[in-house]
Design a protein around this ligand. Structure first.
Ligand code: G3I
Length: 387
């Protein structure tokens, strides 16, 4: 086992369930035959009405995540073009896959994604430059602060520079704040004990944004995290963002990832969190939206359906209705804040192309059909126009 694998153990392979989840996510990235027991499309949903991207064209961009285009079917690529304005590379631009060792870069898939999106008139949002996960050990090995800082600078400069002018913005720092927290940590940034923090101290965030801005001064630069809309983690995110802004860091937005679960969405806190971030002069995007019908929520990799994913139970019509209501309520909040929200991105394409396979979290089902949630989201904006 390599050092890197040991480092990733806590995040990737903490349980048998996580192992199965990794296989499922690989399925999400690479098509297999349709899973047995995949839910049928809900017959009540009009499959040919107004598309979500057209319904929201005066509000914000609608995005999807995926490592386009090679391993997607023509039907799936057609769906991307039909329903979405902007693509986030789900994995292929993360540090580990794109920059596996100091002297090795893997640009084939990212280049193909950028070319396909340009050919098909889709914008791109980059993900992600500095993260505690999916980052190989070479960044930190035998390096003092100066050496690690130089490696970060080279990584960001090369990657952001390569796609300068072709990528709208970047999730510069991903998930730097600890989960949970309490009244005491809420007063602090409560930064995760990551290799970046250990090597560079809290300044790692400042420098990451600075290097990204130097490489592409026109790119929108984001801090991206899950669970920052509520509780002590939200308070910590405000402490962190205020520090960055006070220090003149070139940060333009906050990404609320939005990995939620039907019935457990903090709507009131979310509404307030968007206002809080906007009060700092930052834009807010929903960057990784999915709303599961069953199982865990949250953005932590490894917290999934705990090994039940291949026994895919189709959602009941009640499940689909509850999920549709949840999505409609979320989008009514996003519409309310449309002046500060430039983008809402779903984390995947369909209930087959999702890291939460088996939990039916997206708005197209496993057979690429629009779900009740799709219709409810389109209705939410049409309803507003009639009010
Ligand atoms: O590409 C390799 C493939 O070559 C190999 O054969 C296969 C074997 O398992 O693994 C493939 O890589 C997997 C990759 O997904 C693509 O399928 C990785 O093992 C797997 O760890 C990776 O999981 C991704 C996870 O981040 C970790 O990077 C998920 O797809 C992706 O949806 C998830 O996304 C994160 C966001 O970046 C940040 N926020 C939370 C979100 C969910 O965890």
């Amino acid at each position: 086992m390599t050092l890197q694998h040991k480092r990733q153990l806590p995040f990737l392979l903490t349980s048998m369930g996580a192992t199965l989840l990794a296989v499922a996510t690989a399925m999400a990235a690479e098509p297999a035959s349709r899973p047995a027991g995949a839910p049928n499309s809900a017959p009540a949903v009009d499959q040919h009405g107004l598309t979500i991207k057209d319904a929201y064209k005066n509000h914000f961009l609608i995005g999807m995540a995926g490592d386009l285009s090679g391993r997607y079917s023509d039907e799936e690529l057609g769906l991307v073009k039909e329903h979405f304005d902007i693509v986030t590379p789900e994995n292929c631009m993360k540090p580990a896959p794109i920059h596996p060792s100091q002297d090795a870069w893997r640009f084939e898939r990212p280049d193909a994604l950028v070319e396909w999106c340009a050919d098909n008139n889709l914008a791109i949002f980059g993900h992600t430059l500095v993260w505690h996960a999916q980052t190989n050990d070479w960044f930190f090995r035998d390096g003092d602060k100066a050496a690690v800082t130089q490696r970060m600078k080279d990584h960001i400069g090369t990657l952001v520079g390569r796609y300068k002018g072709k990528i709208q913005g970047w999730d510069v720092v991903n998930e730097a704040i600890n989960d949970g927290g309490n009244a005491e940590t809420a007063q602090t940034e409560n930064l995760r004990n990551s290799p970046w923090l250990r090597a560079m101290g809290p300044e790692f965030l400042t420098l990451a944004f600075k290097f990204a801005h130097e490489a592409d001064p026109d790119a929108k630069l984001y801090y991206n995290d899950y669970g920052i809309e509520a509780g002590p983690k939200h308070a910590s995110s405000m402490v962190l963002l205020k520090r960055l802004l006070k220090d003149g860091v070139p940060i333009h937005g906050v990404g609320i990832q939005g990995h939620w679960s039907t019935g457990r969405i903090p709507y009131v806190a979310l509404d307030k969190a968007i206002s809080d971030y906007a009060s700092l002069g930052l834009e807010v995007s929903i960057t990784e939206l999915d709303v599961t019908i069953r199982g865990a929520s949250g953005g932590q990799f490894g917290r999934g359906f705990r090994g039940r994913g291949f026994n895919v139970t189709p959602p009941s019509s009640e499940d689909l209705k509850a999920q549709a209501d949840a999505y409609a309520r979320l989008f009514s909040i996003f519409i309310k804040h449309k002046d500060v929200i430039p983008r809402v991105t779903f984390w995947g394409l369909s209930d087959r192309r999702t890291w939460r396979f088996g939990q039916h979290p997206l708005i197209l089902d496993s057979n690429n059909q629009r779900k009740p949630a799709y219709a409810a989201i389109v209705d939410a904006v049409q309803q507003r126009r009639m009010d």
